[in-house]
Design a binder for this molecule. Structure first.
Ligand code: PEP
Length: 252
Protein backbone atom coordinates (compact mmCIF):
# COMPACT_ATOMS: atom_id res chain seq x y z
CA UNK A 1 0.00 0.00 0.00
CA UNK A 2 1.26 3.49 -0.87
CA UNK A 3 1.93 5.80 2.07
CA UNK A 4 0.27 9.18 1.99
CA UNK A 5 2.46 12.25 1.52
CA UNK A 6 1.43 15.75 2.52
CA UNK A 7 3.75 18.43 1.19
CA UNK A 8 3.44 22.14 1.91
CA UNK A 9 4.26 24.76 -0.71
CA UNK A 10 4.91 28.01 1.12
CA UNK A 11 5.43 29.95 -2.15
CA UNK A 12 6.99 33.41 -1.56
CA UNK A 13 5.84 33.66 2.01
CA UNK A 14 7.38 33.74 5.47
CA UNK A 15 9.89 35.50 7.70
CA UNK A 16 12.53 34.01 9.96
CA UNK A 17 10.31 34.64 12.98
CA UNK A 18 7.09 33.28 11.45
CA UNK A 19 8.88 30.27 10.01
CA UNK A 20 10.47 29.38 13.34
CA UNK A 21 7.07 29.11 14.99
CA UNK A 22 5.56 27.21 12.05
CA UNK A 23 8.44 24.75 11.71
CA UNK A 24 8.51 24.07 15.47
CA UNK A 25 4.77 23.45 15.52
CA UNK A 26 4.85 21.15 12.47
CA UNK A 27 7.81 19.25 13.87
CA UNK A 28 6.17 18.65 17.22
CA UNK A 29 2.74 17.92 15.73
CA UNK A 30 4.22 15.34 13.39
CA UNK A 31 6.28 13.62 16.07
CA UNK A 32 3.56 11.08 16.82
CA UNK A 33 2.38 10.71 13.21
CA UNK A 34 4.71 8.17 11.71
CA UNK A 35 2.33 6.57 9.27
CA UNK A 36 2.17 9.59 6.96
CA UNK A 37 5.01 11.37 5.15
CA UNK A 38 5.26 15.12 5.55
CA UNK A 39 7.39 17.81 3.91
CA UNK A 40 7.56 21.57 3.55
CA UNK A 41 8.86 23.29 0.40
CA UNK A 42 10.20 26.65 1.51
CA UNK A 43 11.69 29.69 -0.28
CA UNK A 44 15.42 29.28 -1.04
CA UNK A 45 16.69 31.69 1.66
CA UNK A 46 14.96 29.66 4.37
CA UNK A 47 16.36 26.26 3.44
CA UNK A 48 19.08 26.53 6.08
CA UNK A 49 16.46 27.39 8.68
CA UNK A 50 14.29 24.44 7.63
CA UNK A 51 17.34 22.17 7.80
CA UNK A 52 18.27 23.43 11.25
CA UNK A 53 14.72 23.20 12.61
CA UNK A 54 13.70 19.88 11.04
CA UNK A 55 16.87 17.76 11.10
CA UNK A 56 16.32 14.58 13.06
CA UNK A 57 12.53 14.82 12.75
CA UNK A 58 10.10 13.00 10.48
CA UNK A 59 9.36 16.20 8.55
CA UNK A 60 11.36 16.56 5.33
CA UNK A 61 12.01 19.80 3.51
CA UNK A 62 12.52 20.92 -0.04
CA UNK A 63 12.47 23.77 -2.53
CA UNK A 64 9.93 25.11 -5.01
CA UNK A 65 12.06 25.27 -8.14
CA UNK A 66 15.50 24.31 -9.43
CA UNK A 67 17.65 25.10 -12.44
CA UNK A 68 17.98 22.54 -15.21
CA UNK A 69 21.79 22.67 -15.23
CA UNK A 70 24.21 21.83 -12.47
CA UNK A 71 26.44 24.90 -12.40
CA UNK A 72 27.67 27.86 -14.38
CA UNK A 73 27.08 31.49 -15.20
CA UNK A 74 23.34 31.61 -14.47
CA UNK A 75 22.91 34.62 -12.23
CA UNK A 76 20.15 34.21 -9.68
CA UNK A 77 19.64 30.50 -10.23
CA UNK A 78 19.92 27.58 -7.79
CA UNK A 79 21.12 24.10 -8.71
CA UNK A 80 19.89 20.71 -7.57
CA UNK A 81 23.24 19.90 -5.96
CA UNK A 82 22.93 23.10 -3.88
CA UNK A 83 19.52 21.93 -2.69
CA UNK A 84 21.05 18.58 -1.85
CA UNK A 85 23.75 20.40 0.16
CA UNK A 86 21.00 21.83 2.34
CA UNK A 87 19.52 18.41 3.01
CA UNK A 88 16.50 18.84 0.75
CA UNK A 89 14.53 15.70 0.01
CA UNK A 90 12.07 17.23 -2.45
CA UNK A 91 11.82 19.90 -5.10
CA UNK A 92 8.68 21.05 -6.89
CA UNK A 93 9.05 21.38 -10.67
CA UNK A 94 6.57 22.77 -13.15
CA UNK A 95 4.21 24.43 -10.69
CA UNK A 96 1.48 26.15 -12.70
CA UNK A 97 2.63 29.54 -11.40
CA UNK A 98 6.05 28.92 -12.93
CA UNK A 99 4.52 27.66 -16.17
CA UNK A 100 2.13 30.64 -16.43
CA UNK A 101 4.20 33.51 -15.00
CA UNK A 102 7.70 32.47 -16.07
CA UNK A 103 6.80 30.70 -19.29
CA UNK A 104 8.23 27.31 -18.30
CA UNK A 105 7.24 24.69 -20.84
CA UNK A 106 7.03 20.93 -20.37
CA UNK A 107 10.43 20.34 -21.99
CA UNK A 108 12.17 22.67 -19.52
CA UNK A 109 10.22 21.18 -16.63
CA UNK A 110 11.33 17.70 -17.68
CA UNK A 111 14.97 18.86 -17.74
CA UNK A 112 14.61 20.30 -14.24
CA UNK A 113 12.99 17.08 -13.06
CA UNK A 114 15.85 14.94 -14.38
CA UNK A 115 18.51 17.20 -12.90
CA UNK A 116 16.80 16.99 -9.52
CA UNK A 117 16.72 13.20 -9.77
CA UNK A 118 20.38 13.06 -10.69
CA UNK A 119 21.25 15.06 -7.58
CA UNK A 120 19.40 12.57 -5.36
CA UNK A 121 16.28 14.66 -4.77
CA UNK A 122 12.69 13.52 -5.21
CA UNK A 123 11.09 15.79 -7.79
CA UNK A 124 7.42 16.67 -7.45
CA UNK A 125 6.16 17.14 -11.02
CA UNK A 126 3.11 19.41 -11.16
CA UNK A 127 0.60 18.90 -13.94
CA UNK A 128 -2.87 20.30 -14.45
CA UNK A 129 -5.28 22.10 -16.75
CA UNK A 130 -6.68 25.62 -16.76
CA UNK A 131 -10.39 26.30 -16.38
CA UNK A 132 -10.69 27.03 -20.08
CA UNK A 133 -8.99 23.72 -20.92
CA UNK A 134 -11.31 21.82 -18.57
CA UNK A 135 -14.35 23.49 -20.05
CA UNK A 136 -13.16 22.66 -23.56
CA UNK A 137 -12.82 19.00 -22.59
CA UNK A 138 -9.05 18.74 -23.06
CA UNK A 139 -7.98 18.02 -19.46
CA UNK A 140 -6.57 14.58 -20.29
CA UNK A 141 -4.80 15.84 -23.39
CA UNK A 142 -3.11 18.63 -21.41
CA UNK A 143 -2.07 16.37 -18.54
CA UNK A 144 -0.82 13.71 -20.97
CA UNK A 145 1.34 16.24 -22.80
CA UNK A 146 2.87 17.43 -19.51
CA UNK A 147 3.59 13.87 -18.39
CA UNK A 148 4.77 12.59 -21.75
CA UNK A 149 7.41 15.33 -22.06
CA UNK A 150 9.13 13.82 -19.05
CA UNK A 151 8.70 10.22 -20.20
CA UNK A 152 10.11 11.09 -23.62
CA UNK A 153 13.16 12.78 -22.15
CA UNK A 154 13.90 10.48 -19.21
CA UNK A 155 11.98 7.28 -19.92
CA UNK A 156 9.28 5.91 -17.66
CA UNK A 157 12.06 4.91 -15.22
CA UNK A 158 12.33 8.57 -14.26
CA UNK A 159 9.06 8.15 -12.39
CA UNK A 160 10.33 5.29 -10.23
CA UNK A 161 11.07 7.38 -7.17
CA UNK A 162 9.22 10.53 -7.97
CA UNK A 163 5.99 12.28 -7.14
CA UNK A 164 3.39 13.67 -9.53
CA UNK A 165 1.04 16.39 -8.28
CA UNK A 166 -2.20 16.90 -10.15
CA UNK A 167 -3.12 20.53 -9.60
CA UNK A 168 -6.01 21.90 -11.65
CA UNK A 169 -5.03 25.55 -12.16
CA UNK A 170 -8.59 26.71 -11.47
CA UNK A 171 -8.43 25.18 -8.00
CA UNK A 172 -5.14 26.72 -6.87
CA UNK A 173 -5.55 29.48 -4.32
CA UNK A 174 -9.18 29.96 -5.34
CA UNK A 175 -10.95 28.10 -2.57
CA UNK A 176 -12.55 26.01 -5.36
CA UNK A 177 -11.51 22.40 -4.85
CA UNK A 178 -11.98 19.73 -7.49
CA UNK A 179 -14.54 17.24 -6.27
CA UNK A 180 -13.03 13.99 -5.09
CA UNK A 181 -14.54 12.30 -8.17
CA UNK A 182 -13.04 14.88 -10.57
CA UNK A 183 -9.62 14.54 -8.94
CA UNK A 184 -9.81 10.73 -8.82
CA UNK A 185 -10.64 10.56 -12.52
CA UNK A 186 -7.50 12.50 -13.49
CA UNK A 187 -5.32 10.60 -10.98
CA UNK A 188 -6.53 7.30 -12.45
CA UNK A 189 -5.79 8.62 -15.94
CA UNK A 190 -2.21 9.52 -14.90
CA UNK A 191 -1.66 6.12 -13.31
CA UNK A 192 -3.04 4.31 -16.35
CA UNK A 193 -0.86 6.31 -18.69
CA UNK A 194 2.24 5.35 -16.71
CA UNK A 195 0.98 1.75 -16.42
CA UNK A 196 0.78 1.49 -20.18
CA UNK A 197 4.60 1.65 -20.09
CA UNK A 198 5.39 0.04 -16.73
CA UNK A 199 2.72 -1.29 -14.41
CA UNK A 200 5.06 -1.71 -11.45
CA UNK A 201 6.20 1.91 -11.57
CA UNK A 202 2.58 3.01 -11.96
CA UNK A 203 1.36 1.10 -8.95
CA UNK A 204 4.10 2.54 -6.75
CA UNK A 205 3.77 6.09 -8.05
CA UNK A 206 2.77 8.71 -5.49
CA UNK A 207 0.19 11.05 -7.06
CA UNK A 208 -0.76 14.07 -4.97
CA UNK A 209 -3.76 16.30 -5.43
CA UNK A 210 -3.30 20.05 -5.04
CA UNK A 211 -5.77 22.89 -5.20
CA UNK A 212 -7.42 24.43 -2.16
CA UNK A 213 -6.96 21.36 0.04
CA UNK A 214 -8.05 22.24 3.58
CA UNK A 215 -8.61 20.35 6.81
CA UNK A 216 -12.30 20.03 5.97
CA UNK A 217 -11.90 18.40 2.54
CA UNK A 218 -8.64 16.44 2.85
CA UNK A 219 -10.13 13.23 4.24
CA UNK A 220 -12.62 12.88 1.38
CA UNK A 221 -9.94 13.51 -1.25
CA UNK A 222 -7.40 11.21 0.41
CA UNK A 223 -9.96 8.39 0.59
CA UNK A 224 -9.94 8.08 -3.21
CA UNK A 225 -7.98 5.06 -4.48
CA UNK A 226 -5.51 6.97 -6.66
CA UNK A 227 -5.01 10.04 -4.45
CA UNK A 228 -1.87 9.54 -2.38
CA UNK A 229 -1.88 12.79 -0.45
CA UNK A 230 -1.75 16.49 -1.16
CA UNK A 231 0.35 19.42 -2.25
CA UNK A 232 -0.85 22.19 0.00
CA UNK A 233 -0.42 25.92 -0.62
CA UNK A 234 -2.26 28.39 1.62
CA UNK A 235 -3.20 25.88 4.30
CA UNK A 236 0.44 24.87 4.80
CA UNK A 237 1.13 28.27 6.40
CA UNK A 238 -1.14 27.57 9.37
CA UNK A 239 0.30 24.85 11.57
CA UNK A 240 -2.98 23.51 12.95
CA UNK A 241 -4.60 23.40 9.51
CA UNK A 242 -1.57 21.73 7.91
CA UNK A 243 -1.31 19.17 10.71
CA UNK A 244 -5.01 18.39 10.41
CA UNK A 245 -4.47 17.70 6.68
CA UNK A 246 -1.55 15.42 7.58
CA UNK A 247 -3.79 13.63 10.07
CA UNK A 248 -6.27 12.98 7.26
CA UNK A 249 -3.51 10.95 5.62
CA UNK A 250 -3.09 8.57 8.56
CA UNK A 251 -4.47 5.15 7.50
CA UNK A 252 -7.67 4.29 9.33
C1 PEP B 1 -0.29 25.13 -4.70
O1 PEP B 1 0.12 26.26 -4.89
O2 PEP B 1 0.40 24.16 -5.03
C2 PEP B 1 -1.60 24.97 -4.09
C3 PEP B 1 -2.18 23.81 -4.17
O3 PEP B 1 -2.16 26.08 -3.49
P1 PEP B 1 -3.52 26.13 -2.62
O4 PEP B 1 -3.51 24.96 -1.69
O5 PEP B 1 -3.42 27.44 -1.88
O6 PEP B 1 -4.64 26.09 -3.57
Amino acid sequence: MRRKLVAGNWKMQGTLTQNAALLDAVRSGMAAMNSVDCAVCVPFPYLAQAQQKLSGSNVKWGAQDVHQLDKGAYTGEVSASMLHDFGCSYVIVGHSERRAIYGENSQLVAEKFLMAHLAGLTPILCVGESLQQRESGVTEKVVAEQLDALIQLGGVQALRSAVVAYEPVWAIGTGKTATSAQAQAVHAFIRQRVASQDSQIASGLCILYGGSVKANNAAELFAMPDIDGGLIGGASLVAEEFLAICRAGVPS
